[in-house]
Design a protein around this ligand. Structure first.
Ligand code: CTP
Ligand code: MG
Length: 232
């Protein structure tokens, strides 16, 4: 099925961990803004009918201009002071006809279109909430206040989760409506609301570009051709 998904792209963060500079979504990756890479990868996914970007409030007009020539309709709204607030602002701009809503960090700019399709397919198969997840590769230790090891955690049941995270619209709206504390992911809100959250296999390319190291990795991946986007 084509075009039945609205995807929210929170992009209003400052990028504090990236160091001084412009808001992270507007910083350059291989010569183009991070957000442009992210939106391009989203726009070629056949399921996507609408993209809603939550931009840094001071940059709504330039972001709109930057994203003018994409193959799907794009709305740009002002984001809020937290990721959760930015997602809520974007969700408000989604027309009622969209029953499937994905939330996807601009900072996961290299996430491949196939990952969007995989999340959307699981929703269509009946899930209320779906997140991409990868096994944890490092050994995980619990440490105490003095940085001393307290325990080694069995990692076999642990997963590192990514975006896009997909929801029936009503599930996401209800989770945000009852949110009290600030969550870093939307599935956390849904869990709190008692919703069953399913997983699909994640993709290493959907890693979050957080620190200068990640930007360097992203540049290298682009240069190697590992990220080439298929035409819609
Ligand atoms: N985000 C947002 N609105 C905020 C904060 C974050 O839309 N008020 C978005 C970011 O733009 C990013 C995604 O949420 O695409 C994930 O956040 P993160 O990687 O933490 O980005 P930043 O908040 O920009 O980075 P930092 O925490 O280092 O400042
Ligand atoms: Mg942040």
């Amino acid at each position: 099925m084509r075009g039945d998904v609205a995807i929210l792209v929170p992009a209003a963060g400052l990028g504090v961990r990236m160091g001084p500079g412009a808001p992270k979504a507007l910083r350059l990756l291989a010569g183009e803004p991070l957000l442009l890479h992210a939106v391009r990868n989203v726009a070629v996914a056949p399921s996507v009918g609408l993209i809603v970007v939550a931009a840094p409030p001071a940059d709504v007009a330039p972001v709109r201009a930057m994203l003018a020539e994409q193959p799907v309709p794009i709305a740009v709204v002002a984001g809020g002071p937290t990721r959760q607030a930015s997602v809520a602002c974007a969700l408000d701009a989604v027309p009622r006809e969209y029953d499937l809503v994905l939330v996807h960090d601009a900072a996961r700019a290299l996430a491949p279109p196939a990952l969007i399709e995989s999340v959307a397919a699981k929703l269509r198969a009946g899930s209320s909430a779906v997140i991409p997840a990868l096994p944890v590769v490092d050994t995980i230790k619990q440490v105490g206040d003095g940085a001393e090891v307290i325990a080694t955690i069995d990692r076999s049941a642990l997963r590192a989760v990514q975006t896009p995270q997909g929801f029936r619209r009503s599930t996401l709206a209800a989770a945000h409506a009852i949110a009290v504390d600030n969550h870093t992911d939307d599935a956390g809100l849904a869990e709190r609301a008692g919703v069953r959250v399913d997983t699909v296999p994640g993709d290493e390319l959907a890693f979050k570009i957080t620190r200068p190291f990640d930007l360097a990795v992203a540049e290298a991946l682009i240069a190697s051709g590992a990220t080439s986007v298929r035409v819609r």
